[in-house]
Design a binder for this molecule. Sequence first.
Ligand SMILES: [Zn+2]
Length: 316
Amino acid sequence: MSDLLCPICLQQSVKNKESKGDAFEYECTTCGPYNISRSAEQTRINNPVDYRFSAWIRDHQEFERERPKITTYLLEDVLKNLPNYKISEKQMLLMRAIERRTNYPGAEVLMSKEDCPLAWAKNLDELKYLLNALAERKLISLVGERTTKDEGRIKMYVVRTIILPDGWDYIDKHSSQPALTNQVFVAMSFDKELDKVWENGIKRAIVKAGYKPYRVDKELHIDRIDAKIIADIKDSRFVIADVTQQKQGVYFEAGFALGLKLPVIWCVRSDDLSKVHFDTRQYNHIVWDTPDDLREKLYNVICATVGKRKTSQEAD
Ligand SMILES: [Zn+2]
């Protein structure tokens, strides 16, 4: 490994760095692979970034998403929406990361200093604390902890973990819980008439509550529910279903989310209320008249039902 400094985690964990036009391609063993523009790189080395940004990048590799292309603009955008996981959530994230690395029950999984982002841990001390917490709860066993120091600084840290029987129960118990993402899947009609409802109503209410609005691309969504949509719903924390215009796809997506035990918030424009499918009338609907009206009501319902998410700005 080189002595190159990663501009994101500021560790000497860069495996490879290549120049690509006006950007660099980095392979960092802590953050994973990413591209960064020259100007963003420069700003970062002089002005260290929130440690959670490293975890955000690492998640891309972990969940097989496209390698992030970091620009100054994207950086600002992401930093505003980084989640503040609770300790219990971090333990769950770590547990799931170990599970993904487990080839068969009883197999050993190595955890190292570079794995802090898997648990959204700030540093090695926090990672060790979380690992020990899982071990004390008898969810994993820890063996062969090894630390190598160089001039007083920790150069290397590895420990072998094995998921214990209670650990598998714990994973089963938590696998049906809402995903630990801040994405909100929006199911609604793509009619032009409703563009303002999306832009000024739904999208803004979600952002204000600290979540990330996600709507499938209009072109991709022509009367079919493909594997990507299913995966997108699974990746979401909750679903907003606006049934105005009574599109079958919206009902399907909301039903699928309910099956996953994800919270679904139903909305409908007042002049369409009487047409709402009788099977779903049992659910409370937010009845709205204008995009502004919907924004306000939806924001309040999100805060009351799912909870407002603390974003990094407020946490500071
Ligand atoms: Zn890094």
